[in-house]
Design a protein around this ligand. Structure first.
Ligand code: NAI
Length: 344
């Protein structure tokens, strides 16, 4: 089987070559992202393998079908970049529903600790032999309330980590998890209560029509003054202009962003020699209380290995049998989600 692999990075190749080699799946690596201009590169392949910032819209899907491509293999969990309704009945779409929730949850906590204990500032200061502690005062996480929006795989690992720090957890999910709410240290609440009572808010839900800009001017106005916002999920969950206004007005105490709504032309690439056109991102990055990482929460050795292994399995199973448990249904859930009514 021959697969055209778009948006390839050096760190992808070793694990995909290893697992692909074991199953006779040959990957051809293209640095280009998949979009209407690059879709022709897929000619002659059995399937395409894509990541979070490839564009899989109706036009791209139509052209892939014309080229005889049978399969779009997402090497990620989120699928907001695929027009699932258009794909239905035309082409199979598989994904990697879970590869390491620990990677993302641990990165989220790393960002939080870095931010509130000013580690990013300390690192730069001590390299310059500046051992002053002025403006370095942080706060204890113990006893604080964290609001977790989305209590799926990653959200639940993050909750476990927060509980280890002695934090209280308020959760919100469209489909609450059984057995998570203990009526005390972990409790489901409506969004308004979560916004009003949380010292820290962390986003772990998918990007859907319902969750688009779930953090906006209105929701931020309901938050405590000094709230710390964590987003390691998808950029468009947050209205970046509203966040910037909240930072400037001092209403938002800090923000840690691994994702950004307009990240697709910037993240994963070295833009250090270019003038950044995005004024909102540039202003956010300039803030002392904003930390931005470049969609790297997933990037651990364990996650890369699991992503490659599951993607290869998905490709082999789907192309051999015509179905696969990790196939997405037309409404964007998995076959399993459909059965449990969790398909959104
Ligand atoms: P999951 O599917 O296990 O959990 C998502 C949870 O969100 C589910 O419990 C679901 O019921 C809930 N949800 C759905 N609609 C909702 C709504 N309208 N409001 C509130 N909750 C809602 O997914 P998982 O593995 O925990 O991943 C969560 C998100 O993390 C992904 O959708 C993806 O966007 C992001 N992600 C980011 C990565 C990174 O490197 N920064 C890597 C992997 C995932």
């Amino acid at each position: 089987m021959k697969i055209a692999f778009f948006d390839a990075k050096n760190y992808d190749k070793p694990s995909f070559d290893r697992f692909g080699g074991e199953q006779d799946v040959e990957f051809k690596y293209f640095e280009a992202k998949l979009n209407e201009d690059t879709v022709e590169l897929a000619a002659g392949y059995d399937g395409v393998c894509v990541f979070v910032n490839d564009t899989v819209n109706a036009a791209v899907i139509d052209r892939l079908c014309e080229l005889g491509i049978k399969l779009i293999a997402l090497r990620c969990a989120g699928f907001n970049n695929v027009d699932m309704k258009h794909a239905f009945g035309r082409i199979h779409v598989v994904r990697v529903p879970a590869y390491s929730p620990y990677a993302v949850a641990e990165h989220t906590m790393a960002l939080l600790l870095t931010s509130i204990r000013r580690i990013h500032k300390a690192y730069i200061r001590t390299r310059d032999f500046n051992f002053s502690l002025n403006n370095m005062t942080g706060f204890d996480l113990h006893g604080k309330t964290v609001g977790v929006i989305g209590t799926g795989r990653i959200g639940r690992v993050f909750i476990d980590i927060c509980r280890g720090f002695g934090m209280k957890v308020l959760c919100y999910d469209k489909f609450p998890a059984q057995g998570l709410d203990n009526g005390d240290t972990v409790r489901y609440a409506e969004l308004d209560e979560l916004f009003a009572k949380s010292d820290i808010i962390s986003l772990h839900c998918p990007l859907t029509e319902e969750t688009y800009h779930i953090i906006d001017v209105d929701s931020l106005s309901k938050c405590k003054k000094g709230v710390v916002l964590l987003n390691t999920s998808r950029g468009a969950l947050v209205d970046a202009e509203a966040l910037l206004a909240g930072i400037k007005s001092r209403h938002v105490g800090a923000a840690c962003l691994d994702v950004y709504e307009e990240e697709s032309d910037l993240f994963f690439e070295d833009n250090s020699g270019h003038i950044l056109e995005d004024d909102t991102l540039a202003r956010l990055i300039s803030m002392p209380n904003v930390i931005v990482t470049s969609h790297q929460a997933f990037l651990t050795e364990e996650a890369l290995s699991n992503i490659a292994e599951t993607t290869v399995q998905n490709i082999v199973e789907l192309l051999a049998t015509g179905s696969c448990p990790n196939e997405l249904c037309y409404r964007g859930g998995t076959a399993e989600d459909c059965k449990s009514g969790k398909c959104f």
